[in-house]
Design a protein around this ligand. Structure first.
Ligand SMILES: *Cc1c(COP(=O)(O)O)cnc(C)c1O
Length: 373
């Protein structure tokens, strides 16, 4: 039996070991361990990659979101529209600045915020819309930007899962006011530790994010605002520079794998992920749906295939949001998705043999499901 782990981060390191080791050694050798030229070079390279004017390295993806909201002066008394189905970080960022997350249900095909539901969720307190490009698939930005413009709202994007994705031909990175990235190790562009960035085309917002993430200081020992310490580590910036040059190749491998899953699993009765016509997704996750998800996951586990659920409990059902839950609108789509989604192994370092093993196990497991095909 070929065992297939859900994710093998060491394989990604081994492919680039000489480059990564040299990058780390270069920083250690430089004697410069906070900020500096590696961070500046990565910021310039990542901005260019995202087709954005500015990139600011920060400590992690959650901080990227928090700093973006603070840069827009969003805080106590404000409301921010967030997806009802997302990783909890999207909501926590809104809560951290003292604002209130207001959930909007997803389109069940793309799993991203349904633009048709945005307008109805707007109140006089709404300040921003925060779509998430979930699983590597862009949210439908144009109608969201349009509603936001008509109501004078800002748009902050959670791009933690979509490095390299395109919306109507243009890279994610500069559609909204501020675009927030995570380089958590398992992301399409992942560091060896926590890291993040914000991209934008607005120079004054870029400057404000940079200030807030650096103790509110531009000039050493001169503090203009009550900022925080959330900076991109130069060792990780050097690693990210090396990995960025491989990102397109790796995303191509993910695309090929997604296409193969799509062909091989058609006709199984499982709901398979689809790309919207305006989207070029980068398949951070390959998420199928089935009403017997738990049984399917159990069977696959017995056959040696690692799977995960993104995400088993929607934010409004988390104990962390027990205070807010009673006053939130119902979110039946998010709840249904949480019961049915299952992520199969996918990634640039999964071999063709491993994908064969996943598919063989999938066919065996599906045949045993009560309501198969
Ligand atoms: C990973 C992730 C984050 C948070 O990133 P960290 O770097 O782990 O803080 C935020 N939003 C989404 C959708 C994510 O997947």
């Amino acid at each position: 039996m070929t065992r297939v782990p859900f994710l093998d981060l060491r394989a990604a390191y081994l492919e680039l070991k000489p480059e990564v080791d040299a990058a780390v050694a270069r920083v250690l050798d430089s004697g410069w361990y906070i900020g500096g030229q590696e961070v500046g070079a990565f910021e310039a390279e990542f901005a260019r990659y995202c087709e954005a004017e500015h990139a600011i390295g920060v400590g992690n993806g959650l901080d990227a979101l928090v700093l973006a909201l603070r840069a827009l002066d969003i805080g106590a008394g404000d409301e921010v529209l967030v997806p009802s189905n997302t990783y909890i970080a999207t909501w926590l960022a809104v809560s951290q600045v003292g604002a209130r997350p207001v959930p909007v249900e997803p389109d069940p095909i793309t799993h991203t915020m349904d633009p048709a539901l945005v307008e109805a969720a707007i109140t006089p307190r709404t300040r921003a819309v925060l779509p998430v490009h979930l699983y590597g698939h862009p949210a439908d930005l144009d109608p969201i930007l349009d509603v936001a413009r008509r109501h004078g709202l800002r748009v902050v994007e959670d791009a933690a899962q979509c490095h390299g994705a395109r919306y109507k031909g243009r890279r994610i990175g500069g559609h909204g006011d501020l675009v927030c990235w995570s380089f958590y190790p398992g992301k399409n562009l992942g560091a060896f530790g926590d890291a993040g960035a914000v991209t934008t085309n607005d120079p004054s917002l870029a400057e404000r994010v940079r200030l807030l993430g650096n103790y509110g200081s531009r000039l050493k020992y001169v503090h203009l605002e009550k900022g925080v310490n959330s900076r991109l580590d130069p060792i990780l910036a050097a690693v990210l520079r090396a990995k960025l040059t491989h990102l397109d190749t790796w995303n191509d491998r993910r695309r090929a794998m997604a296409a193969r899953y799509g062909e091989a699993l058609a006709g199984t009765g499982l709901v398979l992920p689809q790309a919207a016509p305006w989207a070029e997704p980068v398949w951070h996750l390959y998420v199928i749906r089935n009403s017997c998800r738990d049984e399917l996951q159990r069977q696959l586990g017995e056959l040696g295939i690692g799977t995960l659920i993104h995400y088993p409990i929607p934010p409004h059902r988390q104990e962390a949001y027990a205070d807010l839950a009673p006053s939130l609108p119902p979110a039946p789509i998010a709840e249904q998705l949480a019961l049915e989604v299952l992520s199969l192994p996918i990634g640039p370092h999964l071999s063709a043999e491993q994908q064969d093993a996943v598919l063989e196990a999938m066919h065996r497991a599906v045949a045993r499901l009560p309501d198969a095909g």
